[in-house]
Write a protein that binds this ligand. Structure first.
Ligand code: NAD
Ligand code: UDX
Length: 463
């Protein structure tokens, strides 16, 4: 079967870029991305391409080429489901904030809503693709809902987890290390798998398209994120030991990374990992392991998150201690708020937690991020519910000018590794700061020696 019409439910960080690439690479397939969030869809359809809701290098060009040709963004979910042969579910699956599994399990309410909507609308057979990251065995639940509430049409469920990283989404999608497709092991299952293989084969080498059973595919996604996050927590754990012993974590990372069994990627010590995936997916893994009675497995993986929380907290504590044990009334400038460079996404960004700790110490925080709006920064803090919205507004100031934001600060903290920070006139920044002028480089991106020469007290991570 050759797919001609695709629908994707969820126009977020995954649905948007993924479908833009499919549409760009497969001009014969009509791709409709739908969302209940009207503002988001409006932004995707904005005539001014720079207003699309997600910032990713290269994304604007793809959308500009495919939008209106074979790529469409709409709020008419039912029409898109009705017309499509293949439906991707790419909605959010956040950590549950209530009830059973609160704080760990994935909240599958949006997934279930999608399944019920697909079942009620579908009048022809459909292939339903899990693109969202889901707990292993979710396909079983989706299948049960579809078969029990549908109109007697046939549904095949595939798992096709997404491995893109934000900030490099377009490159990752155009040139993936692999594409993973899990499906049923009977004839209909194989036919559905093949239909999706044929879509990807338009631009991905067939050797890179892996097919597995559904459960392996679902679990591989959680496993990949757990392994990646584990590397960051491992190097961050070493960074603390480096600070005590005179070792330099960058040198240690380089030395171990040259061992081909270890590899050099994902060994950058930092203020802690953020993003919408790592913590959520590990906690979900922990919950799943516990629900099978595998307590040692659960504890092993939970430690990755515990270590990450420690790394964020100790960054804030270090600022307070270094500034003579008080930051009360002092201006501390944050360079960066996004959870990594080249994205406007701030979900679970370390900056939020470091700011929260410093506000508890009565610091005045000033923030500059090249892609994050002031409303977003404030709403990230309000979401924590540590203090009133008025108090957050009082304690935090956002400035669009990197030099203004550093003026009169006692300390600068680098929270995101935006390239532009490296090229600033640090002498000019130093001249306008309170003395002694401190820099806490949570990403180890600045030239510490040069900053010390200017007069800064410079502190990196793990050195
Ligand atoms: P997101 O919050 O950016 O987007 C999800 C969208 O789904 C939202 O716009 C929301 O309005 C919409 N939505 C929710 N329920 C809906 C419904 N019933 N009908 C229509 N629209 C609905 O989330 P995201 O970052 O794109 O993540 C989506 C999934 O992909 C998650 O499961 C996530 O774990 C996974 N994932 C994310 C990344 C990443 O880097 N962000 C990478 C790989 C996998
Ligand atoms: C991650 C996975 O990499 C991706 O495959 C998956 O699909 C979604 O989750 P993402 O969260 O977008 O992607 O970005 P990633 O590059 O993995 O970075 C996650 C966090 O770890 C960021 O805060 C980043 O700054 C931090 N990190 C990463 C480090 O602190 N050190 C490193 O060496 C690598």
């Amino acid at each position: 079967m050759k797919v001609k019409n695709i629908c994707c439910i969820g126009a977020g960080y995954v649905g948007g870029p993924t479908m833009a690439v499919i549409a760009y690479k497969c001009p014969d397939i009509k791709v409709t991305v739908v969302d209940v969030n009207e503002a988001r869809i409006k932004a995707w359809n904005d005539e001014d391409i720079s207003n699309i809701p997600i910032y990713e290098p290269g994304l604007e060009d793809l959308v500009a080429e495919a939008r209106g040709r074979n790529l469409f963004f709409s709020t008419d979910v039912e029409k898109a489901i009705d017309e499509a042969e293949m439906i991707f579910i790419s909605v959010n699956t956040p950590t549950k904030t209530y009830g059973l599994g609160k704080g760990k399990a994935a909240d599958l309410k949006y997934i279930e809503l999608c399944a019920r909507q697909i079942a009620s609308v579908a009048k022809t057979d459909k292939i339903v693709v899990e693109k969202s990251t889901l707990p292993v065995r979710t396909a079983e639940a989706i299948k049960s809902i579809l078969d029990n509430t549908g109109n007697g049409v046939k549904f095949e469920i595939l798992s096709n987890p997404e491995f893109l990283a934000e900030g490099t989404a377009v490159q990752d999608l155009l040139n993936p290390d692999r594409v993973l497709i899990g499906g049923g092991t009977d004839e209909d299952g194989f036919a559905a798998i093949n239909a999706l293989v044929e879509v990807y084969a338009n631009w991905v080498d067939r050797e890179k398209i892996l097919t597995t059973n559904v459960w392996s595919s679902e679990l591989s996604k959680l496993t990949a994120n757990a392994f990646l996050a584990q590397r960051v927590s491992s190097i961050n754990a070493m960074s603390e030991l480096c600070e005590k012993t005179g070792a330099d974590v960058s040198e240690v990372a380089r030395a171990i990374g040259m061992d081909s069994r270890i590899g050099s990627k994902f060994l950058k010590a930092s203020v802690g990992f953020g993003g919408s995936c790592f913590q959520k997916d590990i906690l979900n893994l922990v919950y799943i392991a516990k629900s099978y009675g595998l307590h040692e497995v659960a504890d092993y993986w939970e430690q990755v998150v515990i270590m990450n929380d420690h790394q964020k907290r100790r960054f804030a504590v270090n600022i307070v201690k270094t500034l003579y044990n008080t930051v009360s009334g002092k201006k501390i400038t944050f360079l960066g708020w996004a959870f990594k460079k080249d994205t406007n996404d701030t979900r679970e960004s370390a900056a939020i937690y470091v700011a929260d700790d410093l506000l508890n110490e009565q610091a005045n925080i000033a923030v500059y991020d090249p892609k994050v709006s002031d409303q977003k920064i404030l709403s990230d803090l309000n979401y924590l519910e540590t203090r009133s919205e008025a108090e957050n507004r009082e304690g935090i100031e956002v400035n669009q000018d990197p030099y203004e934001v550093c003026k009169d600060a006692h300390a600068i903290a680098v929270l995101t590794e935006w390239d532009e920070f490296k090229g600033y006139d640090w002498q000019k920044i130093y001249d306008n700061m309170k003395k002694p002028a401190f820099v806490f480089d949570g990403r180890n991106i600045l030239d510490g020696e040069e900053l010390r020469r200017i007069g800064f007290v410079y502190k990196g991570i793990g050195r």
